[in-house]
Structure formats: C-alpha cells, structure tokens
Design a protein around this ligand. Structure first.
Ligand code: PLP
Length: 370
C-alpha cells in the first residue's frame, strides 16, 4: 500500500529493519548513546549549535511535543498569542486553554494566509504577548505559512516564536537563527521518515525554565527532559524500537543530502502529481507559491465523492487523505512524504484517471479515437 497521507509514512527497508534492533534497557549506556546520537542529528538537520540549542526527543506523537513545548516554555507570567489558519493552529490554541495559559488567538479562515498587519496589531496591543505560536506547514490545506515574515515581527519586539514544525521539519527551510525561532515541535513519522511513536522539541537552552519551576505536566516537563538527557539518562520508559528507527531515519536523511535534497524530492513529486491532476481537470486548493512541497490539497472533481475516490484508490493500492470538517466535501489531500517514487505517483495518476473519467465503453472508444 502506498501511503499518501501526511504520516505515518512508507518506511525504507533500512528504517523498517532498524525497528527490530537490539533489546535495550533504557538505563544502560547503550540507550544513552542511541539517544545522544538522535539528539545530535536532530540539531544537525538545521545546523544548530548544541551549546545554544537542545533537541529533546520524547515518546508520543507530534501533539505530545506540542503540549511539552507550550506547557514547559510559556511561563505563568507569560502571555501567548496563537495564530490559527487550520486544524493544527486551532489544536495548539486548545492545548493552551487546557494548560490555562493566558492566551489570545489570531484566527483566520482555513484557506487564508496569515494577516501580517493584524498580527502586528495583536503584538502591539495589551496584554502584549511574550510568546507566539504558529504552525509552519498547516497540513489542513497544505499552506506554508510565512515564518520569515512572522519571525521578523516577533524578533523586532523580543517575542519568543514557538513553531509547530511537525509536518515541515526535515523537508522545508527552517532558518532558526535568522527567523528568531525559540523552539519547534516535530515528530519522527513525517518528513524524517521514521516510525510513529516518537516526537521532539528543539529549543534554545536559554528558553528552558529554571530547575525550581515545574511544568504543569509531569510527563511532558521539558526542563526535566533536558537535565536527564544531558546526563545520558531519560525520565520514563522510551519507545526503544521507535528510537532505533528514528536514529536510522536521521542517518538516511543526512546521507540523502539533508532537508534540501528532501525538499527537492518532495517538490518534484508534488509537481508531477499537480500536473497529472491538472490534465484530468483537478484543480489545487491553493496556488503553488503558497503551498508546501510536503502536501497539496486538491478540489474534488464535481462528479466524484471523496468516498468513491478514496475507496477506488485503496482498492488499487493507494491511501489518500480526506479534508477535515467543512473541507471534507470539498478537497482531498496528497502528501509526498515517505519512501515513494515518481513511478508511484505515475501509477496513482493512472488510477485517479480511471476513477474520474466516464466509464461507459462508448465514451472510452471515442476518447481513444480522438
Ligand atoms: C501531524 C501534525 C501534528 C501532530 O499530529 P499527531 O497525530 O499528534 O502526530 C501537529 N501539527 C501538524 C501541523 C501536523 O501535521
């Protein structure tokens, strides 16, 4: 089955094999070495200095990393501004509510770009935010939010920028230093091509709370994670096989040429899909310039329901992804992450062609004669 959903992804054979790595006790130095390699290589993806930055892997999905980041890095005296233009921004706002963080939300419709003038007004109006959370790649629509511009506004005001980079980390540009990013949340099973079950936060060390400040969550206390991991230890039982797979996925990512090569590869596959779909009369939801290379949303063709398209494709070996909430009737999504190749996209396009072109034998004959 070819997975075109935004994670979990089709694994490479070497990452799959790593899942069956040696049984390890997480209190032994062998696990400490595995964890340290993962931490070094996560920072290396974007050339971050380990003196200034810490990578903190944890067991859980991407949402756990988001909870850890928001719950640990926004102090009780802080004020958070959450920028939303899709499901994941709204989820971050909900996390902030559950943690009772003083929060305001700059909400946009799901198809909209971030309104930089409105953001500027919110940054300058009382209570002035100390932290901003924004989703880099809003997987809801495939939009790549303009982090450089958002980061510049935050940086000019000394506001900490927290980024949900769960569906962009490893395959899109993320200039942590130039864009003034304080921390980002990511997960193993999206653009890094690891298995589901591990996630991570990359944070400036200076942004971690002092030892005397306990986070609201015992399990997701990043200050405590960092102290333990710096000592080669870990707090709780980690998903050891998933860590083996993440270590292998990071080696493969580096050997393949890092995020730039992965961005090129995804971009070529996304372009191939977009061109093939355009030839079938299927339009993208967003202009290409606003889109990530990781996932694109397309308008459902008039005569074909999502269920018909999904089920027909699944019978042919492909899993596509539905739109969420109101977008469920309007779009379908194709992610190009994971171990997939141009030949898979070609086969996908042929399968979609079978499902969206009228099936009557006369019409088919007519088409052939044209
Ligand atoms: C996948 C994703 C998440 C996390 O979802 P999980 O199901 O917890 O892994 C968060 N943000 C974005 C933008 C995502 O695409």
């Amino acid at each position: 089955m070819i997975l075109l959903n935004p994670g979990p992804v089709n694994l490479s054979e070497r990452v799959r094999a790593a899942l069956a790595g040696p049984d390890l006790c997480h209190r032994e130095p062998e696990f400490g070495e595995l964890q340290s390699e993962i931490r070094r290589n996560l920072l290396a993806v974007y050339d971050l200095d380990p003196e200034q930055w810490a990578a903190l892997p944890l067991t859980g999905s991407g949402t756990a990393a988001l909870e850890a980041m928001l719950g640990s890095l926004v102090p009780a005296t802080g004020h958070l501004l959450v920028v939303t233009n899709g499901v994941y921004g709204e989820r971050a706002a909900e996390i902030a509510r559950r943690y009772r963080l003083p929060t305001k939300t700059l909400a946009h419709p799901w198809k909209a770009a971030v309104d930089l003038e409105a953001l500027e007004r919110d940054l300058d109006s009382a209570p002035t935010p100390t932290h901003v959370l924004v989703v880099h790649h809003e997987t809801t629509t495939g939009r790549l939010n303009d982090l450089a511009a958002i980061g510049a506004l935050c940086r000019a005001r000394g506001v900490d920028l927290l980024v949900d980079a769960v569906s962009s980390f490893g395959a899109e540009a993320l200039d942590f230093e130039a864009w003034g990013i304080t921390a980002s949340a990511g997960s193993a099973n999206k653009c890094l091509h690891g298995a589901p079950g591990a996630a991570f936060v990359l944070t400036r060390r200076a942004a971690l709370p002092p030892r005397r400040v306990a986070a609201a969550s015992l399990y997701l206390d990043l200050g405590a994670y960092c102290r333990a991991q710096d000592a080669g230890d870990c707090l709780f039982t980690p998903a050891v096989p998933i860590f083996h797979a993440l270590a292998e996925a990071l080696r493969e990512h580096a050997e393949d040429g890092g995020w730039r090569a992965r961005r090129r590869r995804y971009g070529a596959l996304a372009q191939q899909a977009a061109q093939g779909l355009a030839a079938l009369g299927i339009e993208p939801l967003l202009p290409q310039a606003a889109s990530s290379v990781v996932l694109r949303a397309y308008r459902l063709p008039a005569r074909v329901s999502y269920a018909t398209l999904h089920d027909g494709l699944k019978a042919r070996g492909f899993v596509i992804y539905a739109g969420q909430a109101a977008l469920a009737r309007e779009i379908f999504r194709i992610a190009t992450m994971g171990q997939i190749a141009a030949a898979d996209i070609q086969a996908l396009l042929a399968a979609i062609g079978e499902l969206v072109t009228p099936a009557s034998p006369q019409e088919n004959t007519l088409h052939q004669h044209n």
